[in-house]
Ligand binder design. Sequence first.
Ligand SMILES: N[C@@H](CCC(=O)N[C@@H](CS)C(=O)NCC(=O)O)C(=O)O
Length: 371
Amino acid sequence: MTAPGTPARGDGRELCVWGSRISYFTGKLEGFLRWKGIPYRLRPMTSRMFGRVVPRETGAAQMPAVQLPDGRWMTDTTPTIEWLEASHPEPRTIPADPVQAFASRLLEDMADEWLWRPAMHYRWSHPEDARLLASLITDELMVDVAAPRWAKRIAIRRRQTSRFVARDGVNQHTRGHVESVYLRTLDALQAILSRRPFLLGEAPTLADFGFFGPMFRHFGSDPTPAAIMRERAPAVWAWVARTWDAREQATGDALLEGVPADWGPLLDEAGRGHLAWLSQNARAFAAGRSRFDARIEDVVYENVPVSAYRVWCLERLQSRFAELGSSDRAEVDALLERHGCLGPVQAAVERPSGHDPEERAPFGPGLAVFA
Ligand SMILES: N[C@@H](CCC(=O)N[C@@H](CS)C(=O)NCC(=O)O)C(=O)O
């Protein structure tokens, strides 16, 4: 049931997507909805929505939050995409081949969680980018805050820098490593996308929409990383626009067989970076800690927050892995082993996240990454 004070729901057919024109995960979802041809209206998640209405309706202060025409609310793009894929099967997004589907889910998770830090670092550590984005956020989302515009810009810049850069372990010792994650990912995507239009072939699939969030809304739009993208990875720059317009731009529906060899560098990044982080985070969670030191490729990220949500991410990958039939499982096993991903996917988490025991996601209560 919709609580009083919940805003009107559009014309009754379209989804209402509460989010922002500059948001990573709103962009990811919009790319997917446009590909599916699912009508939606983007509405700015103003301070009141973010602070009161959305947490009340979804359990998580995060964007996007989606209101269905029947009044139900959804949160968290990963299960939201999964649910919409089941209710709107065409055009297909999650590959039918279980091995491709597993590798795609792993890359989606890496794009969501592991590219977040470099995306926030480029946006908030570079003064030109930070000034621009603080203005855009102030004018789009903070219209309902009674304070001078300059004060809102300062407040937003401070909040984002402390919460998502300093507190997330970015400092003079880790900065080079954080940037290398973006640069290596660009190089890997450039190699793929200079050969074919989308990551698996003629049409976009789940992995494209995973990477689309950070590449479209942060790296391809914020001045500093966008200049790097244009120079270093022009095929990625072109793919960002192609994915936004994928309904027109897909050249067919043929996909490659299996997991292409050129996904190797992305899977290597998942093994040495993303999954290494997820398993260290899960161990710290099991030890009951709220902060931990993450060591990735001999770089130490000190005193970063433990995330119960990311324990759940690992659990979901593990349950997908456990569901594979024996011949697919053997293929995935070999693939993960080759790219340093097998250990974290196989090792059971010592303490479950406790999130979503009834498997209701994307219907709440949601859990924010740093709740
Ligand atoms: N797992 C969530 C993550 C959503 C998320 O973290 N969104 C960001 C903005 S792109 C957010 O709302 N952050 C909360 C904050 O800024 O406090 C999803 O896939 O939807």
